[in-house]
Design a binder for this molecule. Sequence first.
Ligand code: R5P
Length: 318
Amino acid sequence: MKTSMMKVFAGTANPKLAEAIAEHLDHPLCEINVGRFPDGEISVKVEEDVRGSDVFIIQPTCPPVNDNLVELLTMVDCFRRASAGRITAVMPYYGYARQDRKDEGRTPITAKLVANLIYGAGTNRVLTMDLHAGQIQGFFDIPVDNLMARPVFIDYLKSIGGENIVALAPDVGSSKRALAYAKKMHCEIAIVEKRRESGDKVHIGHIIGDVQGKTIIIPDDIIATGGTMAEAAKEAKKNGAGDIYLAATHGLFCGNAFDKLGGAPLKEILVTDTINHDVNGNGSRFAEMNIQVLSVAPLLGEAIDRIHHDKSVSFLFR
Ligand code: R5P
């Protein structure tokens, strides 16, 4: 029986998501003032007692990543010094995840550096979603729950109908994800041979598998510059694919992503609300780009409730 009080706070990274989670929990967000000093430094003041409480901080480190990360660290420090019983960082998008290993000389492992900072600030556990690389969980010496948005996408995609579906992995690294979709949707998989030439340029080779005449679902964790998804869709179309749907958990849409995706043969683009799509005005382009935002707030709310009540979270992976 849990005796500590659950207290859910939101930083400024994604207020809509935080409100939606609070609504699902039927638990209002607690009072906190997060602001900026005149020189841009972050200021935080908790407006209620948190001593001994089970504190959840909803703060994905989505763009602006650096600001949102420092804000999270500052909030954790604040709660630790206010004697919170346990602090969980709810960061459905984990920024800096892409540099997760040293694949060439003289480069940092930023995903580990960020894990050190989050842990060092006083975080007791992390709740995240579709980490770019699952092994980032091991960069923390505290519990990390890495949820998947897949059930939310699959619920939606079931409504598109069609028996002739193929889950197409946009690169070899995504083949496990495509396989998981295929298992749930009882369909075949195919794989795109992709080589990354630079941060915003990819080279697409052959498609392994049959996409001719099929409805295609391309699942991925991130749409950043949009190059991977746009090129995979074009290649699928060249190979005779029918309607093509993209399903990416974190829709960052950086740089000229809308131009790239706009030039690709896409029926619909599905993303979630882990990212604040109002930043940079991205959200205002969604209708014209046929982008649907599916909410992962119920999934995150359920996970928070389960963590607070010491119930299994792996239940949510099924
Ligand atoms: C690659 O390993 C990832 O899963 C994504 O495919 C990649 O981050 C997408 O980046 P972009 O949209 O810039 O091609």
